[in-house]
Write a protein that binds this ligand. Structure first.
Ligand code: PHE
Length: 365
C-alpha cells in the first residue's frame, strides 16, 4: 500500500509538471483527486480492508499526499493563469503609436468633376438640374422633338432599340417624368441625346422654365479617338416670354467664360436640328493643338462644341406650351468632348475603359 501511495505521489508530481494549460490541469485534477474515479479516492476506499493500525498509518500518508497534490495543483493553477493572461494581453496588444493605414479613397470621374462645376454655374443663373431616363421612348427621343419616323434626321442618330415597355423607376422617381401616356411606353431605345428631357421638363414644369439636364447618351457608332457608343451631354433649356438669339448668345458667352476661365475663340455656323429654328453650331478653337490641327479636331483646328438654337414651335407644343406666348432657346453641350478639351485628353475611349491609371489622375474627392 505504501508503495502504491508513494508511486501515486511521484506520478502526480511528474504529470503536473508536464501540464501547460488550465484545461489540462482541470482534467488531471479530476483524474487524481476526483471523488468518483480519482486515483487517490480509489486507494482510500481500499483502506477499509486493512487492519486498524494500517488504516491509521496509511490513512495519514494518503491525507498527506492528498494535501500535497492539492497544494501542487493550486500552485500550478496560479502559474498557468498568470501565463495565459499574459499571452492574451500580448496577442491583443496594439501599438497605438504606429502610423495608421490610410484607407484607399476613390476619386471623381473627370466627367463628374466638370459636370458638377457646370451645375454650379447654371444654378447660379437660376437653372434647375434635371435628370431623365437613359432608356427612352421613341416618342420623347424623336417624335416630340419634331423628328417623325420618316425623317432622315433619324439616320444621323442611330441607336440601340430594346424590346419591352418602360418600367417605372422606384429609386429615382424623377426619371418617370411623362411616363403616363400610352404612346410613350412602346418602342424603347437608348436615348441618343439629352434633348428628350426638354419636352419632359416642359410638360412637368410649364413656362417660364430654365433647366439643364446632364447625362449619358448612346449612339450606334464605330469608335475611334473621337467617337464612342456611350458619352455624356449636357442639355440646356430656357423658355420665357420674348426669348431671342441675343439671350442665347449671352448665356453661351457666360457659359464658355465659366468653363475655360479665359477667352476662347468661337464661331457660329448655321446648323440643322429639327427641334430648333434657327439652329446653330457653336465651335471653339481646338485647345489641344491651339488651332493647328490634330486627331481630335480632325485637322480642322475647330471643335464642334455646342449645337444650339431657338426651340421649334412644334417642340413647345409637345411640351404643352403655347408658342404664341413663349419662346425659348436650347443647347446640347458635348460634355465628354468638353472634358477632353479641359484636360487635354486625346482619346475618348479612355473615359469608359475603367483603367485606374487614367482615372486616378483627376484628384481625390
Ligand atoms: N440633341 C442634339 C444632338 O445631340 C444637340 C442639340 C441640342 C441641338 C439642343 C440643338 C439644341 O445632336
Amino acid at each position: 500500500m505504501r508503495k502504491q501511495l508513494e508511486q501515486l505521489r511521484r506520478e502526480a508530481g511528474e504529470a503536473l509538471d508536464k501540464i501547460k494549460s488550465l484545461i489540462d490541469l482541470e482534467k488531471a485534477e479530476i483524474k487524481l483527486l476526483g471523488r468518483k474515479d480519482g486515483k487517490l479516492n480509489a486507494m482510500l476506499k481500499s483502506l477499509k480492508n486493512l487492519s486498524e493500525k494500517e488504516k491509521k498509518q496509511f490513512g495519514k500518508l494518503a491525507n498527506e499526499i492528498k494535501n500535497e497534490i492539492t497544494a501542487l495543483i493550486a500552485e500550478k493553477r496560479l502559474d498557468l493563469e498568470k501565463k495565459e493572461t499574459l499571452k492574451a494581453v500580448e496577442e491583443d496588444w496594439i501599438d497605438v503609436t504606429l502610423p495608421g493605414i490610410k484607407p484607399k479613397q476613390g476619386s471623381l470621374h473627370p466627367v463628374s468633376i466638370v459636370q458638377y462645376e457646370l451645375e454650379d454655374l447654371f444654378r447660379s443663373l437660376g437653372f434647375m438640374i434635371l435628370d431623365g431616363p437613359e432608356l427612352e421612348s421613341d416618342y420623347y427621343n424623336f417624335e416630340a422633338l419634331n423628328i417623325p419616323s420618316h425623317h432622315p434626321a433619324r439616320d444621323t442618330q442611330d441607336t440601340f432599340y430594346i424590346k419591352g415597355k418602360i418600367q417605372k423607376s422606384k429609386a429615382c422617381p424623377e426619371r418617370n417624368r411623362g411616363i403616363k401616356s400610352k404612346e410613350n411606353q412602346e418602342r424603347l431605345l437608348l436615348r441618343t441625346h439629352t434633348s428628350p428631357v426638354q419636352v419632359r421638363a416642359m410638360q412637368e414644369f410649364g413656362a417660364p422654365l430654365r433647366a439643364i439636364a446632364p447625362g449619358r447618351v448612346f449612339r450606334y457608332e464605330a469608335s475611334d479617338a473621337s467617337h464612342e457608343n456611350t458619352f455624356c451631354q449636357l442639355e440646356g433649356l430656357m423658355v420665357e416670354k420674348n426669348i431671342s438669339i441675343c439671350n442665347l448668345i449671352a448665356v453661351m458667352k457666360t457659359l464658355l467664360k465659366g468653363i475655360f476661365k479665359r477667352d476662347v475663340k468661337i464661331r457660329l455656323r448655321p446648323g440643322y436640328f429639327p427641334f430648333v429654328e434657327p439652329g446653330f453650331e457653336l465651335d471653339i478653337e481646338c485647345l489641344i493643338c491651339g488651332g493647328r490641327g490634330c486627331s481630335v479636331c480632325k485637322q480642322s483646328g475647330w471643335v464642334e462644341l455646342l449645337p444650339c438654337g431657338l426651340v421649334h414651335p412644334n417642340v413647345l407644343r409637345a411640351g404643352h406650351i403655347d408658342p404664341e406666348k413663349f419662346s425659348g432657346f436650347a443647347f446640347g453641350l458635348g460634355l465628354t468632348r468638353l472634358v477632353m478639351m479641359r484636360y487635354g485628353i486625346n482619346d475618348i475611349r479612355l473615359f469608359n475603359a475603367g483603367d485606374l491609371r487614367f482615372l486616378e489622375q483627376f484628384g481625390a474627392i
